[in-house]
Design a protein around this ligand. Structure first.
Ligand SMILES: Cc1cc2nc3c(=O)[nH]c(=O)nc-3n(C[C@H](O)[C@H](O)[C@H](O)COP(=O)(O)OP(=O)(O)OC[C@H]3O[C@@H](n4cnc5c(N)ncnc54)[C@H](O)[C@@H]3O)c2cc1C
Length: 633
């Protein structure tokens, strides 16, 4: 058996990202590995409870996914029900998304109304003036916002999901008491300032600097940030800047990122005009400049030099909210598509009777079901105290943003020319949605994260196996278990994995599809790690396909879990959910099978990757398309 030293190498590389590596992968989305990870010693792994991490190891780690979690107690459920009505009514009766879009700002009446509803401090503890919601309750409310107005959603999200989330997660008691009450009431607005002109996905490469004063009482902050949501409205900024930090081990001075809470009132904070954008026009986006700002030392957020971790935790913590909001968007859009399909007659028939329209509507409903199931699965895992949800949260953001785009695009198709008109408001939603695949970690970077984070865990296991082989008597259990599994898998005998007993028996066929897909996926992960070893970090064509496989696998399991619960509890929609779930599993499993088979054995796949590289290189050299017009001029 071949041992691979992948994990330590990949882990080191990932960690280096926090200290200025030019390899821009881990970026927007994950705490530096090793901080929140499990200790691994001589092959014995203290295993993650993450289903997604388990998939890469060929395991069904069911703790966090089965049964579908229900985390709200009676009191929390009742409280949430009391909020859902007024918030929904507010968006139906007061907020005007078309007007906000046209004015390119959120109407004052909406802002005031939202402040009165407590919408600016949903997760701030009640003793500090907030509503004190857990993640699941928060998800339910942002789902309503996402149904109605993504521009308002970003105004609220930039404030609380990223703007002051750092104070909630990392703030000292004094920082919380000083800032949170006014932020929760909306008296002050917050923004999150990470991106700079030369630093987007490669967040570790920021240039803003904060130099400590000789007396140690303050830092002098200089730098400029671009595309900051709420940048022109905010009074309180979570700002990331490089600070000199002495390495405890070597005594050498290094530049490391530190997070600060910066008040506009400190002086030296200015902003540019609102950016002109394709979508979410109602949300303010602006450059923010920090010019010799004196930031008191007590405004450091988290540890000096620990800013990268702060940024990644904030972003990780907010991803489920994006999935929840986009599930809401899809729900609203599907209602519009159904309304049109039900009322529009062509060729003497209502168009919903045509197979092509039926397939579109069904696919839209499936994408919504998957996204919604995932958003509440991740929020519940977080509420249950899980610290192993980073891969799942990244998947929920990737999937939700792409599903919402597809659903809205198909709605426009169902509506025909009417969908292209401004009046029904669907074109606005499509414009608004485009940015969700880009900000808070582009979906491309997050795909790399999903694949590499999974590979790190698998690599650790393989490297552990290598160690175990050196000491076979001390690690007999590990070897028997792992070697047996790998031998069975390689001999095509299956791994002995099964979901029977955890999923409802009516879903057993879909359960088998998941298991087969997972076995094939894990075999490919193992083969690729053995082949590429540490070089896996540069195999982006492979990593993208592994990420897509991981997304399909996790989403299948999530809907299996939710549909199982509905069947077991006899929900009125249980049979409908079974259809949504089975349909998703049939197609997702087929995609995994096809992609993994190609990665495993298809020589054309290598040719394809080589071609992609060469075609792209030629385009770059040529400055555009290489071929000439077929007419020759
Ligand atoms: C409307 C709006 C609001 C925003 N709000 C905020 C905010 O509130 N706070 C904030 O800090 N930032 C904010 N941003 C910035 C946003 O987070 C960044 O745009 C995003 O992180 C991507 O960075 P970039 O645009 O510089 O793209 P780049 O990082 O330059 O990426 C360009 C392309 O290259 C790809 N790419 C980059 N590196 C790699 C790699 N190693 N391998 C493969 N592909 C790669 C990317 O996926 C992308 O497709 C906002 C942006 C917009 C447009």
């Amino acid at each position: 058996m071949q041992a691979v030293r992948t994990a330590p190498v990949v882990g080191r590389q990932l960690r280096r990202l926090g200290v200025g590596s030019s390899w821009p992968r881990a970026l927007l989305g994950q705490p530096p590995l090793g901080l929140a990870r499990r200790p691994y010693a001589s092959g014995a792994t203290q295993e993650s409870k993450s289903f997604a991490a388990g998939m890469f190891r060929g395991q069904l780690t069911t703790d966090q996914v089965f049964p579908y979690p229900s985390v709200l107690n009676e009191e929390q459920t009742q409280f949430l029900k009391e909020l859902v009505g007024p918030v929904s009514r507010f968006f139906e009766e007061v907020n005007d998304p078309a007007k906000n879009d046209m004015m390119e700002k959120v109407e004052e009446t909406t802002l005031q109304g939202l402040k009165e509803l407590g919408a600016f401090g949903l997760q701030v503890p009640s003793e500090l003036g907030g509503v004190g919601l857990c993640n699941t309750q928060y998800a339910r409310l942002v789902e309503i916002v996402g149904t109605h107005d993504l521009g308002v959603g970003i105004t609220l999200g930039a404030h609380q999901s990223i703007g002051f989330k750092g104070i909630l997660l990392f703030g000292t008691k004094a920082q919380k008491e000083k800032y949170l009450p006014k932020l929760a009431s909306g008296e002050t607005i917050a923004a999150f300032c990470l991106t700079e002109p030369s630093s987007g996905s490669d967040a570790a490469s920021i240039r803003s600097s904060a130099v400590p004063s000789p007396c140690g009482k303050y830092y002098t902050l200089n730098g400029s940030k671009i595309w900051i949501s709420n940048g022109g409205l905010a009074d309180i900024f979570t700002v990331f800047a490089k600070t000199p930090v002495t390495d405890a081990a070597t005594g050498a001075m290094k530049e490391k990122i530190t997070a600060f809470v910066v008040e506009r009132s400190f002086g030296g904070v200015t902003h540019g005009p609102p950016e002109k954008k394709m979508g979410i026009k109602a949300s303010n986006t602006a450059e923010v400049y920090f010019d010799g700002v004196r930031v008191p030392a007590e405004n450091v957020l988290g540890e000096v030099g620990g800013g990268f971790k702060v940024a990644m935790h904030i972003l990780n913590n907010g991803r489920f909210g994006m999935a929840a909001a986009l599930a809401g968007t899809m729900k609203g859009i599907i209602a519009k598509a159904v309304d049109h399909a039900t009322n529009r007659t062509q060729f003497g028939d209502k168009i919903h009777n045509f197979g092509l329209i039926q397939e579109k509507l069904a696919r839209m409903a499936i994408l919504h079901y998957v996204t919604e199931s995932m958003a509440y699965m991740v929020s519940a895992n977080m509420d249950q105290g899980s610290t192993d949800f980073q891969i799942e949260a990244a998947i929920s953001k990737i999937f939700g943003s792409e599903a919402a785009w597809k659903v809205t695009d198909e709605c426009i198709q169902i509506m025909g020319g009417m969908g292209f008109m401004k009046e029904p408001g669907v074109e606005r939603v499509l414009r608004d949605l485009r940015i969700f695949r880009i900000f808070e970690g582009t979906n491309d970077i997050l795909r790399l994260f999903v694949a590499l984070q999974g590979c790190v865990d698998k690599g650790k296991e393989l490297s552990g196996l290598g160690n175990a082989l050196k000491n076979p008597f001390g690690n007999a259990g590990l070897l028997l278990g792992e070697a047996g599994k790998q031998l069975r898998r390689r001999a095509g005998l299956g791994s002995g994995l099964s979901l029977s007993g955890v999923i409802h028996r009516e879903l057993s066929r879909s359960g088998e599809l998941v298991v087969q897909a997972l076995e094939q996926f894990a075999a490919v992960v193992e083969a690729k790690l053995i082949k590429h070893k540490k070089g896996i970090v540069n195999e982006q064509f492979v990593l993208q396909r592994l990420a897509d496989g991981a997304i399909d696998l996790y989403t299948m399991v999530v809907v299996l879990s939710r549909a199982s619960r509905s069947l077991s509890e006899g929900h009125p929609t249980a049979q409908h959910e079974k259809m949504l779930c089975d349909s998703w599993c049939i197609e997702a499993a087929a995609r995994v099978r096809e992609t993994m088979t190609a990665l495993q054995s298809d020589p054309q796949q290598q040719e394809l990757f080589r071609n992609f590289k060469s075609i792209s290189t030629a385009l770059v050299e040529r400055g555009g398309v290489v071929t000439s017009n077929p007419l020759g001029f």
